[in-house]
Design a protein. Sequence first.
Length: 149
Amino acid sequence: MANAKEQKLRPETLEQRRAQNAWDVCADYTEKHVNFAKGLPALIMNSGLMQVLAFCHEKGGDCERVAADLRQWLASQKIGPLAAPFFLEEAKKLEQARDEKEKRQIQQRIFEAFMQALMQSSPHDYQRINAEAFAWLKWLRQMAAARVQ
């Protein structure tokens, strides 16, 4: 077995980063979040990523929380138009926001910019973003179910 120093030198795989992120974001999920996370891939397959993200944003609550976690992960992967530094800058602002009104305003800006970025994506980038969404959701479904008992 490798010692701790050797393990830190090994690059983390994309699958490991997906798993870690999914584990981290679902730390305070409820059973409602878990159930929605389990159904999200099927919704996306039936309706499309943009349509589902718009639906979640309009619905709000637990649904929007899971969709926001997905958007944040996708933006962090910097695929095509999602590589804009705007997304990371706004995510930092969101973490530092003090009141709910400010958080909602930042979340709205992120949502609108994210949707615009998807609309401006090339077909190739849009397919990559969709594939990454499904890959991350695979981990979220498992991690969320494991954490919420």
